[in-house]
Design a protein around this ligand. Structure first.
Ligand code: IPD
Length: 301
């Protein structure tokens, strides 16, 4: 439910990091995410094994999630030894600079397991504490989908871009195209992306909400990678996205890409920050409509 404003921490201003440094951080995020993306794509075993499970039997980790995060951490330690890191697989490593890298080494792990191409490496750098919703702000980030070669990136105040990496995946070599969200207003015209939790019980509520929305929107998409869902909102490929149960590493980079493409990203309440409780993203009009509908449906219980 919408969070109590009095308990909400204030998000730090990303412009405490000078523009030139933000641009350099964006390029570093792109470079490392492209390298990690190439690793997970090129060294994917023919049959991917589930290495372990986490929150539930459905929440899987492959050996390549672990290897990808290790590579990202190595590159960050070389380039930015004073920064912290919050990684999906290894948790938090503290830093002294006030900046923390938030890393999803493979977003869309179940797609990766099944060799579906919709997976990505997501890397953001944030100011503040990424373990507390509302207490952090993204400064720069990149989401790289190695099977399509798409490289989404953004920096605070500097816009959002899409390039393609070269076939070897060494670097992003295409001139970047600026991203812009769609301007769909009516719910009936919204192509809506969503995702479902790894917890089977939570899915019962999610099924109820999506069943109510499905006949009233243009259609629903469930891609299986939250970072890519957000980038697709930024590119106007879907009009809005919502999901319960995502973590900072799923959304930190993608949320910045949406915001810098002119979109809005919140939690369940109009002023709530994105959190595990809810992430809603879209162009300003589609966001407002979808957020209000999802809040109404969840409050109805
Ligand atoms: C998951 C994916 C999925 C979403 C889940 C996420 P992971 O991330 O983004 O689409 O529905 O909420 O946890 O586990 O593949 O990194």
């Amino acid at each position: 439910m919408a969070e109590d404003a009095a308990d909400r921490p204030s998000a730090p201003d990303p412009s405490v990091v000078p523009e030139q440094e933000r641009a350099a951080l964006e390029e570093l995020a792109v470079r490392i995410a492209v390298e990690a993306g190439r690793l997970v794509r090129d060294e994917r075993p023919r049959a991917v094994d589930v290495h372990r499970t986490k929150s539930t039997d459905l929440d899987v980790v492959t050996l390549m999630d672990t290897r990808s995060e290790a590579l990202v951490r190595r590159r960050l330690a070389e380039a930015r030894p004073d920064d912290g890191v919050l990684g999906e697989e290894e948790g938090v490593t503290g830093g002294t600079s006030g900046l923390t890298w938030v890393v999803d080494p493979i977003d869309g792990t179940v797609n990766y397991l099944y060799d579906l191409p919709a997976y990505a490496v997501s890397i953001a750098v944030v100011v503040g504490d990424p373990t507390r919703p509302g207490a952090w702000s993204p400064v720069a980030g990149a989401v790289v989908a190695p099977r399509t070669g798409e490289v989404f990136s953004a920096r605070a105040g500097g816009g959002a871009r899409l390039r393609r990496s070269d076939p070897a995946g060494d670097h992003a070599d295409e001139a970047p195209a600026r991203l812009r969200v769609s301007d769909v207003r009516d719910l009936a015209g919204v192509l809506l992306a969503t995702g479902f939790a790894y917890d089977r019980q939570v899915r019962e509520d999610q099924a109820r909400v999506v069943a109510d929305l499905l006949p009233r929107v243009r259609d629903v998409r469930r891609l299986g990678a939250a970072a890519l869902d957000l980038c697709h909102v930024a590119a106007g490929r879907v009009d809005a996205y919502y999901e319960v149960g995502t973590h900072a590493w799923d959304v930190a980079a993608g949320a910045l890409v949406v915001a810098e493409a002119g979109g809005v990203v919140t939690g369940l309440g109009a002023d709530d920050p994105p959190s595990e409780t809810m992430v809603v993203a879209g162009g300003p009009a589609a966001h407002a409509t979808v957020r209000a509908e999802v809040e109404r449906l969840l409050r109805r219980g």
